[in-house]
Design a protein around this ligand. Structure first.
Ligand code: IMP
Length: 179
C-alpha cells in the first residue's frame, strides 16, 4: 500500500483522487437538483475546504455565489478555548439559501457553532456539505444533508486536510498508519 510521511507520522493511502472526484460529481448532481433557481450562497470554511470547494464548484453549472470564512478561537479573558469566531464574512446572508462547505466533521462542534452564527443572521435555509464525516466521533445533533464519505475515527491528511499545517497539498487522502 502506498505510504507517505508527513512531519513525524506515517500515513497510508485511503481515498484516491479518482474516488474523491467521482463522489464530488455525485454531490454536485444532488446540489444541482436541490438548488437550481435558488441562487445559493456557498460558504467554504478555510483552510481545509479549499480543494473541495474548488472541485465541487467546477462541477456545478447553476447560478450561485461563493464566499469563504475562517474560524478562530476567541482571544482574551472570556475564551472558553473552543468557541469559534467567524472571520471574513462580507456577504449579506439574510434571506439567502446558505450551504456551508467543510472538509471534515469530527465531533461536530465547529459546525454547530458555525451554523448558530449563520442562523442568527436570518438565512432562508442553511445546510452543510462536508466531504468527510467521522460518525463515531460525532457528538452534536447536526443535520448533515450532504456527506461525501463516512470514515472511521482515524486521523486523515491530504486534499486540504493538514497534520500540523502540512499535507494539505496532497491530491489523495491518507490515513494515519496503525501502531
Ligand atoms: P470538530 O469541531 O470536532 O467537528 O472538528 C472539525 C475540525 O477538526 C475540522 O475542520 C478539521 O480542521 C479538524 N479535524 C478533525 N479531524 C481531522 C482529521 O482527521 N484530519 C485533519 N483535521 C481534522
Amino acid at each position: 500500500m502506498n505510504s507517505i510521511t508527513v512531519r513525524d507520522k506515517e500515513f497510508v493511502s485511503y481515498l484516491t483522487e479518482d474516488q474523491i472526484q467521482q463522489r464530488i460529481v455525485k454531490l454536485a448532481e444532488e446540489l444541482t437538483t436541490d438548488y437550481k433557481d435558488k441562487n445559493p450562497l456557498f460558504i467554504g470554511v478555510l483552510n481545509g475546504s479549499f480543494m473541495f470547494v474548488a472541485d465541487l464548484m467546477k462541477q456545478l453549472s447553476i447560478d450561485c455565489e461563493i464566499a469563504f470564512i475562517r474560524l478562530s478561537s476567541y482571544a482574551g479573558m472570556e475564551s472558553t478555548g473552543n468557541v469559534k469566531q467567524v472571520l471574513g464574512l462580507q456577504d449579506n446572508v439574510f434571506g439567502r439559501h446558505i450551504v456551508l462547505l467543510e472538509d471534515i466533521v469530527d465531533s461536530g462542534l465547529t459546525m454547530e457553532q458555525t451554523v448558530a452564527f449563520f442562523e442568527d443572521r436570518g438565512p432562508k435555509s442553511i445546510e452543510i456539505a462536508t466531504l468527510l464525516l467521522k460518525p463515531e466521533s460525532l457528538e452534536k445533533d447536526l443535520s448533515l444533508k450532504y456527506v461525501g464519505f463516512e470514515i472511521p475515527e482515524k486521523f486523515v491528511v491530504g486534499y486540504g486536510l493538514d497534520y500540523d499545517g502540512h499535507g494539505r497539498n496532497l491530491k489523495d487522502i491518507y490515513q494515519l498508519k496503525e501502531g
